[in-house]
Design a protein around this ligand. Sequence first.
Ligand code: AMP
Ligand code: ZN
Length: 107
Amino acid sequence: MCIFCKIINKEIPAQTIYEDADTLAIADVNSQAPLHWLVIPKVHVENLTQAAPEQILACTRTIQHLTREKGVAEYRAVVNTGAAAGQTVPHLHFHILAGRALGWPPG
Ligand code: AMP
Ligand code: ZN
């Protein structure tokens, strides 16, 4: 079972920011910005390419809900897909980064 599935199953602790039936949002353990959340679909899927549209919609809905609720107007949402793009956990997740100036292009 992958590490995010273990977090979803409460086998590994994480700082939960938000949870609903379809998604979990946690604080990234290796934060790259003052605000760094991970929004994760609860049903395991490896990446954005393989995800069902409903899973993507559930994640983006959670991102909208959370950023509105927390008053985060400016942020970056990132999905790394594949090792060459920096994906290290093989379970789809949206990075939400905010709280500092974010350079472009990203490294
Ligand atoms: P990626 O490299 O895009 O696959 O992102 C994986 C992210 O998961 C990294 O930013 C890690 O810091 C984060 N991460 C790994 N393990 C944990 C954990 N147990 N709790 C919270 N975040 C984690
Ligand atoms: Zn998983």
